[in-house]
Write a protein that binds this ligand. Structure first.
Ligand SMILES: Nc1ncnc2c1ncn2[C@@H]1O[C@H](COP(=O)(O)OP(=O)(O)OP(=O)(O)O)[C@@H](O)[C@H]1O
Ligand SMILES: [Mg+2]
Length: 392
């Protein structure tokens, strides 16, 4: 039977006295009937929705499309525990290695053809877990998935869901999962480790156990076709029972050489990268994340505009990259002198006396002096460490 999944959702909504769910799915059914050319039936459904009691505001909206009503809130802070957005494909570009892109498209195909796959018992649950270091595109991936499927994204910041009140976290979780059943959407559990920490964890074992159990129960209570994306920086903290619930697992790593080249090119736009040595740039930016490439490009582009120039200055770009890498490595460069020394040490062939002089508006003699001081202070540092070691 066609549209069985919509009809079942409308029935679920009615049985659970969840009017928003029933009306949203009725609205969706009307849209599908209309796009199949069945205008009369679509109109009949919409007329019913429009006649719903005024208190049922979402039903009125469903007559014209979708709505989420009554965003769930945390009983303690009274803040919303989810945020609804509608990502658009043009704004959510995501550059992926071919292996990762393959996995993502497999996930999307599993959702799009879910009913066909389910018919032969080959559907996987529509759940994706993405993990990796900060700034590697995990949140962007969730937005990309929602944009591709043209579905609203329900973002749950798991750390805000965790309440200090006993039992409130489990209640928050239940409300969020129930809410996700109101209409087709992508439920995105960001900072997932805040919820899904291993049960054996030492701190506050009792409460954490209850949260993990509640999470497992909630995941199991929604149909396998409910689209859930979860993201974490700390995959090693996740409970094995949680891992098992996610059929698709996508690691997001720092971009490789080819990907870095593409990211540089993309984020430097609208400036042309033709005059730049992108291969070199990609090579010396090993270990950097997509987020940092974006940041370096933004800073460089801003400098181009503010200095009334028309093209990217490669020296400035490399300088900002060098400083960004220093920051990532935890180096504090609080003075111009320390910046100059760091850059020269990082890429001596590139940051020659002349280039550094031009960048910092100093003479080559001044640069030489600054670098010489480094050698001396470097010697001092070695001596200091030597002393510390002896003392240790
Ligand atoms: N592979 C990528 N393709 C395109 N843009 C990327 C990529 N990786 C990171 N970015 C850029 O970096 C920004 C930050 O990425 P995002 O917020 O998705 O990282 P994250 O992995 O969720 O980080 P965190 O763990 O800190 O939440 C994005 O807005 C995007 O502009
Ligand atoms: Mg994120």
């Amino acid at each position: 039977m066609e549209y069985l999944s919509e009809i079942l959702k409308i029935l679920d909504g009615a049985l659970k006295a969840n009017a928003s769910m029933a009306s949203n799915y009725a609205g969706l059914l009307a849209d599908k009937l209309e796009s199949d050319g069945d205008k009369r039936q679509a109109r009949m459904i919409r007329e019913r929705l429009a006649r719903a009691p005024a208190a049922l505001a979402s039903a009125q909206d469903a007559a014209n499309g979708f709505s989420f009503s009554n965003l769930p809130t945390d009983g303690e802070s009274h803040l919303h525990t989810v945020d609804v957005s509608r990502p658009e494909l043009e704004k959510e570009s995501l550059l992926l290695s071919s292996a990762v892109a393959g996995r993502v498209h497999e996930f999307l195909a599993n959702i799009r053809r879910y009913d066909d796959l389910a018919r032969v018992g080959a559907a996987m649950s529509s759940r994706l877990l993405t993990y990796g270091p900060p700034g590697t595109g995990k949140t962007r991936l969730a937005r990309y998935v929602a944009a591709h499927l043209e579905l609203p994204l329900l973002t749950v910041r798991c750390d805000t869901l965790v309440s200090s009140l006993l039992g409130q976290t489990s209640r928050n979780l239940r409300r969020v999962f129930e809410f996700s059943q109101q209409q087709p959407c992508v439920l995105f559990l960001d900072e997932f480790d805040a919820l899904a920490g291993a049960r054996g964890n030492e701190r506050d074992v009792g409460e954490l156990q209850r949260v993990v159990i509640a999470l497992l129960q909630n995941i199991d209570a929604v149909p396998e076709s409910t689209i859930i994306v979860a993201a974490t920086n700390h995959d090693q903290l996740l409970d094995p029972a949680i891992w098992r619930r996610f059929s698709f697992r996508i690691p997001m790593a720092e971009p490789d050489l080819d990907l870095r080249k593409l990211l540089w090119k993309q984020y430097l736009q609208p400036f042309k990268a033709d005059a730049l040595d992108l291969d070199h740039l990609a090579k010396i930016s090993k270990g950097i994340t997509g987020a940092n490439i974006e940041q370096v490009c933004l800073d460089t582009k801003r400098a181009v505009v503010l200095s009334n120039a028309t093209a990217i200055d490669e020296d400035q770009l490399l300088r900002r990259l060098g400083l960004n890498l220093a920051l990532t490595a935890g180096r504090v460069l609080s003075t111009v002198e320390s910046e100059i020394r760091w850059l020269n040490g990082w890429a001596p062939r590139y940051f020659s006396l002349r280039t550094l002089g031009r960048l910092y508006d100093l003479s080559t003699r001044q640069i030489t002096k600054i670098l010489k001081e480094e050698i001396e202070s470097g010697r001092q540092e070695v001596t200091a460490t030597g002393v510390a070691e002896c003392e240790g």
